[in-house]
Design a protein. Structure first.
Length: 254
C-alpha cells in the first residue's frame, strides 16, 4: 500500500510495527532495520524508531510486503530451569529450546512462567489474541499445583484466599485446596485470576511456607493434560476461541 492521505494518521516506531504484526520480536526487528533489510515506501530505513503510519505506508522486509503472517497458537509444557524469554543476557537456556527444529515462524510467549516454575505456557504470533489473554480485565483464571515444604493447617487455605498485603499489593488466591499430603510436605491446588510477579511464592512466603515445585496445569478452560515435559502442540480452533472469550457473568444472590 502506498503512502497517501492525511498526515494526521497515527504514527508508530518501525520496530514496534513489525513486532505488533507478529513477524518477529522488537529486538529482532531492530536488528533487521539496522542491517538495511527493511524498506518503507521503497526506501531503506535504518532507524528502528522511524515513524510509520501502519494503514498508509508500505513496509517491506527483504523485498517482501510485511503482510500479517499465518497465525499460530500453541501450548508448551515448560520444564523447570528455562527462562521465558527469546534471549537471555546470562546465557541461560530459554523456552525456545523446546521449539528447536519445529519449522514454526517466530512466536511470542503469552504471559510467562519464572525459571523455577513449570507447566502450561502459551505461544502465538497473534498480538491481538495474546493481549486479550493477558488483559487483567479478561479475568482468565489460572490453576496451579504447588508442592509446599510442610503440612498445611486447615486455617492456611482460608488465609490464602483472604490474602495479604505485600510490597504495596494485595495478594490472594481465588481458591486454595489440598490435593494430597505425605508425612513432611503436601500439594495444594491454587487458582488465581491475575498474574502478579511471583504471586504464589510471595503469598506462601508471607505465611513462612516454602515452595518445592510449582506447576501451572490450566489456563481458563485449557488444561495441560498428558502433554509431556518439554513437549508442545498446536491449539485447536475451538481452544483458541475459548481462551479469547470473556468469562461468563455470574449473578450474585444476596
Amino acid at each position: 500500500m502506498t503512502s497517501r492521505g492525511s498526515g494526521r494518521a497515527p504514527r508508530y516506531g518501525l520496530a514496534r510495527i513489525l513486532s505488533k504484526r507478529g513477524l518477529c520480536s522488537r529486538t529482532q526487528a531492530a536488528e533487521w532495520i539496522r542491517a538495511g533489510r527493511v524498506r518503507v515506501d521503497g526506501r531503506v530505513v535504518r532507524d528502528p524508531e522511524h515513524p510509520v503510519r501502519p494503514d498508509l505506508d508500505r513496509v517491506e522486509v527483504d523485498g517482501v510486503d510485511d503482510a500479517a503472517p499465518d497465525r499460530h497458537y500453541l501450548m508448551l509444557n515448560k520444564p523447570r530451569g528455562l527462562v521465558t524469554t527469546a534471549r537471555d543476557e546470562q546465557g541461560r537456556d530459554t523456552v525456545y529450546r523446546c521449539l528447536d527444529g519445529s519449522g514454526l515462524p517466530w512466536l511470542a510467549p503469552v504471559g510467562r512462567l519464572d525459571k523455577a516454575s513449570e507447566g502450561l505456557l502459551l505461544f502465538s504470533n497473534d498480538p491481538v489474541w495474546a493481549a486479550s489473554i493477558t488483559d487483567p480485565v479478561h479475568g482468565l483464571r489460572k490453576t496451579y499445583h504447588v508442592q509446599i515444604d510442610r503440612l498445611p493447617e486447615p486455617a492456611l487455605l482460608q488465609a490464602l484466599e483472604a490474602g495479604v498485603d505485600c510490597d504495596g499489593e494485595h495478594l490472594a488466591a481465588v481458591r486454595a485446596g489440598l490435593l494430597r499430603q505425605g508425612t513432611r510436605n503436601a500439594w495444594l491446588e491454587i487458582v488465581l485470576d491475575e498474574g502478579r510477579n511471583r504471586q504464589i511464592r510471595r503469598l506462601l512466603q508471607s505465611h513462612g511456607i516454602g515452595v518445592l515445585r510449582l506447576v501451572r496445569v490450566a489456563i481458563g478452560p485449557l488444561a495441560l493434560g498428558a502433554l509431556g515435559k518439554g513437549q508442545w502442540r498446536a491449539l485447536t480452533p475451538g481452544e483458541v476461541a475459548s481462551l479469547a472469550m470473556p468469562p461468563p457473568v455470574v449473578e450474585r444472590r444476596d
